[in-house]
Design a protein around this ligand. Sequence first.
Ligand code: AQP
Length: 329
Amino acid sequence: MAVIFSGIQPSGNLTLGNYLGALRNFTKMQEQNECYYCVVNQHAITVHQDPALLHRRTRELAAIYLAAGLDPEKAALFVQSEVPQHAQLGWIMTTLSYVGELERMTQYKDKAAKQGDSIPAGLLTYPPLMAADILLYQTNFVPVGDDQKQHLEITRDLAQRFNRLYQEEVFTIPEIYLGQGGTRVMSLQEPTKKMSKSDDNTMATIYVLDAPKDIEKKIKRAQTDSENSVHYDAETKPGIANLMDIYAAVTDTDHAAVEREFSGQGYGQFKKSVAAAVIAALEPIQKRYAELIDNPVLDAILDQGAVKARETASRTYDKVVQVMGLDRK
Ligand code: AQP
């Protein structure tokens, strides 16, 4: 049985990218593995969050995890700040990190560029905290979207660095797990940029909880090209390629089949079909979400998840403290 860990930030409303790139793989993996899934609220505060909004989004994200099929009997679902070992090991991982390697992270460069002169230090030290999240559970596989590849690499480097430095195999070296399709869903308005929950342009992003009419409107207005022929070319037709990727991911097919299905049809008909397929994929999640969001069972599940996570995390953390000489007795 392998150990699986992954997390999502409550830094905005969950997007179709988060769902296809990460969340839907979480539920597939819970059948055969020991799984830990987390609402990473301490990562979210690396940029300023409104407290009331952060509080609400934390619950919403947990409800979406469950609505998407996560079974709390099979996987531990918890909130990062309720398991103190994340921040504790995060600090230790920060002390092992080099400023140069952190400054090379693409996500840091992208997010820092939007912050003007006052770049929060947490944006730079995001990867060592993420390494701590993963390493605490002796994780074998981390299901994430393609954009997290670099952070997974640095997690592996830090784990190997620690094991070498203290001459003991304290940490399991984790591997990335990329799903079949939807590993990088792009913005509907700027299809060379990834779809992001913190994008200010809401027309660029499909949210998991979007109403069907909004999904139709956003896909209808999605940027394409003037060719009016549905074929796959990510270089010259990034908008159509993105819609083909989305359609293939939600209907579990591939580009070749999508090309055959829409051969001879224009973008208008294609976009209608993409919207219908996305709406059909999200509808059952939205229904279950509505039942869960105000249900006290949500808190009971998160409480139970935090207990299990603390138990596992403290085993690794106690070992780290002992190996490093941070223990007193
Ligand atoms: N566009 C995407 N396509 C496929 N997968 C994606 N993920 C994010 N965007 C896409 C995957 O979703 C998981 C959760 O990501 P996160 O919340 O930790 O942060 P992120 O990667 O920075 O996601 P966002 O939506 O872009 O959030 P903000 O705007 O707050 O930075 C990860 O597995 C990620 O790969």
